[in-house]
Design a protein around this ligand. Structure first.
Ligand code: PLP
Length: 331
């Protein structure tokens, strides 16, 4: 949720018509985002999904393929947008924790001398990895993927929806993580607390193509500087505090690990996401019990996801653990 100060910044934002490049606040956000990610240019978009869509469509053509891990948000949760709108298919690589090994990626690149095969255009990496519990890609693993991309002349798109969580957890600047990518998208919503928006960054040429696609999918907006102002405010005030979310996630995970019927891999709790499995209860029953106690999460089957974020304090984590204990003991 936006903070009162963020709302104030939104109310006071200087505005213009962004379709004509005339919204000064959006221009400032795009410039700031490009600098933070170490890229030439950036485009402000409505969502992480739109950032990924525009990234992929700007790097790959109809009939081509992009390689992504099988649990990537791009493949699982974005309505097959790249296929539906751009004719680009995703080649899925199964992984243990969302981090594709260079050998796996190399094995997924299609041969260029076989007319049966689609041509591979790009590799997509997700950092941090949502469905694998907020895991960060080790920087060496990212470099290894970049090396494969260079070997085959491929582009790299990074779904950095939570790249600031990765940067804070790994103690590096976001541009160090993004340096291996041709395009990177990050969300100002999610952990940074802005109400809406993501930014796609890359070379001036690729971002120009992305702007064309953004318009085509109805994402050319007008005085959206009110939203960009929230993003600028978030970049100034909400990044450093992500350590608190990570500490809270760790406390929550360690508390959950003590509860009977909960199975959790603590090594994956590296940022602000806590995923775990229930032995004796469905996620929907468990979450309904939690909801009655005003603790909110998501999940399906027996898998549950909790996320820590601005507004969730250490005391709330203890309250959540009490709620989980009650719900599990009532089952
Ligand atoms: C890794 C990742 N990428 C992209 C998205 C999409 O973001 P949005 O919900 O803003 O479309 C999400 C959303 O949860 C995500 O977790």
């Amino acid at each position: 949720m936006p903070t009162p100060d963020m709302r104030r910044a939104m109310a006071e934002a200087e505005l213009g018509d962004d379709v004509f490049g005339e919204d000064p606040t959006i221009n400032r956000l795009e410039q700031r985002a490009a600098e933070l990610m170490g890229k030439e240019a950036a485009v402000f978009v409505a969502s992480g999904t739109m950032g990924n869509l525009l990234g992929v469509l700007s790097l790959a053509h109809a009939g081509q393929e992009v390689i992504a891990d099988a649990d990537s948000h791009l493949f699982v949760s974005e309505g097959a947008g790249a296929a539906a709108l751009g004719g680009v298919q995703v080649r899925q690589v199964p992984t243990a924790a969302g981090v594709m090994a260079a050998e796996q990626v190399r094995g997924a690149v299609r041969p260029t001398n076989d007319y049966h095969a689609p041509l591979t255009a790009a590799i997509c990496v997700e950092d941090t990895h949502n469905r694998h519990g907020g895991v960060c890609w080790p920087l060496e693993a990212l470099s290894a993927v970049r090396a494969v991309a260079d070997e085959y002349g491929l582009a790299v798109h990074m779904d950095g929806a939570r790249i600031f969580n990765a940067a804070v957890a790994q103690g590096v600047a976001p541009h160090e993580i993004a340096s291996i990518a041709d395009t990177v998208t990050f969300c100002i919503s999610k952990g940074l607390g802005a109400p809406v928006g993501s930014v796609l960054c890359g070379s001036a040429e690729v971002i120009d193509r992305a702007r064309r696609w953004r318009k085509a999918v109805g994402g050319g907006w007008r005085e959206a500087g009110v939203l960009a102002a929230a993003g600028l405010w978030a970049l100034d005030h909400m990044v450093d505090r992500l350590v608190d979310d990570h500490a809270n996630a760790r406390t929550l995970a360690e508390g959950l690990a003590e509860l009977p019927g909960v199975s959790i891999d603590l090594s994956r709790v590296q940022t602000n996401i806590v995923r775990f499995e229930l032995a004796d209860m469905s996620a929907s029953d468990f979450l309904a019990g939690c909801r009655e106690r005003r603790v909110f999460g998501g999940g399906s089957g027996r898998a549950v996801r909790f996320v820590t974020h601005f507004g969730v304090e250490a005391a709330d984590v203890q309250r959540a653990l009490t709620a989980c204990t009650e719900v599990l003991s009532a089952s």
